[in-house]
Design a binder for this molecule. Structure first.
Ligand code: AMP
Ligand code: ZN
Length: 462
């Protein structure tokens, strides 16, 4: 709201109410949509990292202009049509390791709550029924209209009406709360005091957020394109009805771009998560690309970035395997200072408006330090275990590393990891005779050893 970073203070100590606008379930979500959901996941996990208990509500928009249009084109009942995409959405967030919200209210299950809210707006004089039988919100009655999206009062065309769910800033006008049924809606309609019809998109979020989070809560988020008109309209409806401030903090993520244009269904320039999976990319690789950029910066999607993510994550897996194989004695004090410093810097970067790029730099820094000590043979088993524990903490937010996952096919017996370790130390000491002997010993046990730049190694079954 203020376009600056402000300290976060929750309404209830230790708890956070978080409302995140969810998918419109008329198609498979594309990775632009998933940039928004991943950013929200990072926000939630960061709050949890700092000990907050987060109550997240994400709505499912299963009735609006687009779901009705496409269910009719598919010749399917609305519910059957949206069910398929709801199911796909839950599969997809699992693929991306997105923590589930506490509640996923669907719009069609909350029509009475929306009608009740519109009734209050009618009683208080903020809404009116027009000749077309639709109910509109009168923006002239709400002087704060436009504060979030920063729209001048002069550009507001009070009294002019718009009944589509989405519209541009230059057509700001009284917007529809309840849309009277017409033949384009087919059999999609509910009874209301104003005749049969259906809710507008914006009223869904006002009604469902107050049902599950109360009439005032901490944080509301979405993609930047949600700011206007969707969030502006949500504020008008909620604050007019409740007569008080609704949301304390607003966060919006910038767009995921493809060749310089916003990735979007309407432009047709998009990849669904499933498209990328079909090309062989894994959820963690896609997540790594999305997480690495700051949420308020535009991010251009490329396959080079995915390839780099694969390379980076493979290196981390090899690094974790190496750490598991460390067997030298000691109490971990040789690396504790670096671990504490990395965790400290990681935490402050995330606390500073989710600076993921800076936070991720700590992962590279700590792995470099640990590799350096392991090369010199001075990293202890206890130290390596502490390094792994630190990476589990990093990954409680980053969510891409799978620190403890040993791919079954590549599971390396500890005895072989120990031989590989000894060989790395021998190479470091330029004892090439010993290093060759160890290579042969490893080979005789059925494994090939490859050197990884920076002193690491990788074992493969022959
Ligand atoms: P929709 O299903 O169209 O309501 O969009 C769901 C979420 O995805 C909203 O928070 C949008 O703001 C967000 N979104 C849509 N396209 C993009 C994009 N290219 N980059 C980032 N977020 C997006
Ligand atoms: Zn919403």
């Amino acid at each position: 709201m203020e376009r600056r970073v402000v300290p976060f203070a929750p309404l209830k100590p230790g708890e956070v109410g978080l409302y995140t606008c969810g998918p419109t379930v008329y198609n498979f979500a594309h990775i632009g949509n998933f940039r928004a959901y991943t950013f929200e996941d990072i926000l939630k996990r960061t709050l949890e990292f700092f000990g907050y208990k987060v109550h997240q509500v994400m709505n499912l928009t299963d009735v609006d202009d687009k779901t009705i249009r496409d269910s009719r084109a598919a010749n399917l009942p609305l519910r059957t049509f949206t069910e398929k995409y709801k199911k796909a959405f839950f599969e997809d967030i699992k693929t991306l390791n997105i923590e589930p919200a506490e509640v996923y209210p669907a719009a069609t299950d909350h029509i009475p709550e929306m009608i009740a809210l519109i009734k209050i707006l009618m009683e208080k004089g903020f809404a009116y029924q027009a000749e077309d039988k639709c109910i509109y919100f009168s923006i002239a009655k709400f002087p704060a209209y436009g504060r979030l999206a920063r729209i001048d009062r002069e550009n507001q065309r009070a009294g002019v009406r718009i009944n589509t769910d989405e519209y541009a800033k230059d057509s700001v006008a009284d917007f529809a709360l309840w849309k009277a049924w017409d033949e384009n809606d087919g059999d999609v309609k509910w009874e209301s005091p104003w005749g049969p019809g259906r809710p507008g998109w914006h009223i869904e979020c006002s009604a469902m957020s107050s049902k599950y989070l109360g009439t005032a809560f901490d944080i509301h988020t979405g993609g930047i394109d949600n700011m206007f008109p969707h969030h502006e309209d949500e504020i008008a409806q909620s604050e007019a009805a409740n007569g008080k401030k609704w949301v304390n903090y607003w966060l919006h993520c910038e767009h995921l771009m493809l060749n310089g244009e916003k990735m979007s269904k309407s432009l047709g320039n998009f990849y669904t998560l499933r498209d990328l999976q079909a090309k062989g990319w894994r959820g963690q690789e896609i997540r790594w690309v999305l997480v690495g950029a700051h949420y308020r910066k535009k991010l251009n999607f490329t396959f080079e970035a995915l390839a780099q993510a694969r390379e980076t994550l493979n290196r981390f897996s090899a690094f974790f395997a190496r750490m598991r194989g460390v067997s030298a004695p000691g109490d971990g004090s040789e690396i504790r200072g670096q671990i504490d410093s990395a965790l400290e810097k990681f935490g402050s970067a995330m606390a500073d408006d989710l600076n993921t790029a800076e936070a991720v730099a700590q992962l590279f820094e700590l792995s470099r330090e640990a590799n350096r000590l392991a090369d010199a043979g001075t990293l202890s088993k206890a130290g390596a275990a502490e390094v792994l524990a630190a990476f589990r903490k990093f990954d409680s937010i980053i969510g891409c590393l799978d620190v403890d996952k040993v791919p079954e096919a590549e599971e390396i017996p500890p005895e072989l990891a120990a031989l590989a370790e000894q060989r790395a130390a021998a190479r470091k000491a330029k004892n090439f005779a010993e290093s060759d002997r160890l290579r042969d010993e490893i080979s005789a046990k059925g494994y090939l050893i490859e050197d990884v730049p920076g002193g690491g190694w990788r074992l493969k079954k022959k």
